[in-house]
Design a protein around this ligand. Structure first.
Ligand code: NAD
Length: 257
């Protein structure tokens, strides 16, 4: 069964609450039989992740703290994962951050500090984590990250996060080239807009959702589940020939002129 993830250990980074895209990914991976390892940032979120993970029937999940701004945190997190499960087969990176002030008005007003922080958390973290995670992918692996159309084109208010996503998408290609010889694939999913905690920070997010309903080929928005199922495909053997790719799960919106 090419789609089955039975016996595969997969790390899911970035569940904050039940609306998180990471949670949609976790549920889909669980359905496919994967053993899940959750990481979260900040003690505040541990309870949320535990409560959600408890709802996954028969799942022997593990959970570790990992703030991606800290190399020490990343090292101790993946050290603990190595000690507990040894080999991992996949990693879903579902992490981004920008100050609210940098997600409205003019991109030209972006501050040096805001830029550095956002690029660190939203783009560099993929490389920081891939560097450590690949050592645990002794049987090959699949790394998946989440991006948005604002990294390819100017989308109103997306501003700094668009520049971070452009860096993230380029990182996917360079990492794919480095890790391919170790049978580790690196891909991104470009998700359409979805109402999450992070999306709340983007100015006038409702009008972005409305635009998709009116203009996207499928005339509707996408769900966390739909993104989750594509992540499962990218984690599975069905996608074994794909790396360095960016798959749009956006009701087709990206094809419009
Ligand atoms: P979310 O708020 O549920 O998830 C963002 C996660 O990033 C949270 O779990 C948060 O704890 C984590 N995070 C922030 N700073 C961190 C740090 N220093 N260390 C570790 N983790 C940290 O929102 P989401 O929309 O599910 O976002 C997940 C990913 O999906 C992001 O990369 C986002 O840009 C991307 N994305 C979202 C949309 C959308 O419309 N919601 C569309 C396309 C792509």
């Amino acid at each position: 069964d090419l789609l089955s993830l039975q016996g595969k250990n997969i790390v899911v980074m970035g569940v904050a609450n039940q609306r998180s895209i990471a949670w949609g990914i976790a549920r889909s991976l669980h359905e496919a039989g994967a053993n899940l390892i959750f990481t979260y940032a900040g003690e505040r979120l541990e309870r949320n992740v535990r409560d959600l993970a408890e709802t996954l029937e028969g799942q022997q999940y593990r959970i570790f703290p990992c703030d991606v701004t800290s190399d020490e945190d990343i090292a101790s997190c993946f050290g603990a994962i190595k000690a507990e499960v040894g080999t991992i087969h996949g990693l879903a990176h579902c992490i981004a951050f920008a100050n609210k002030d940098d997600l409205k008005g003019e991109f030209a007003d972006t501050s040096r500090d805001g830029f550095a922080l956002s690029l660190d958390i939203s783009a560099y973290s993929l490389t920081a984590v891939a560097k450590v995670a690949q050592e645990l992918m002794t049987e090959g692996g699949s790394i998946v990250t989440l991006t948005y159309l604002g990294g390819e084109r100017v989308v109103k208010n997306y501003n700094l996060m668009g520049v971070a996503k452009a860096a993230l998408e380029a990182s996917v290609k360079y990492l794919a080239n480095d890790l391919g010889q170790r049978n580790i694939r690196v891909n991104s999913i470009s998700a359409g807009p979805i109402r999450t905690l992070s999306a709340k920070g983007i100015g006038d997010f409702n009008s972005i959702l409305k635009e998709i309903e009116e203009k996207a080929p499928m005339r509707r928005n996408v769900t966390q589940e739909e993104v989750g199922d594509v992540a499962t495909f990218l984690m599975s053997n069905l996608s074994r020939g794909i790396t360095g790719e960016n798959i749009h799960v956006d009701s087709g919106y990206h094809i419009l002129g």
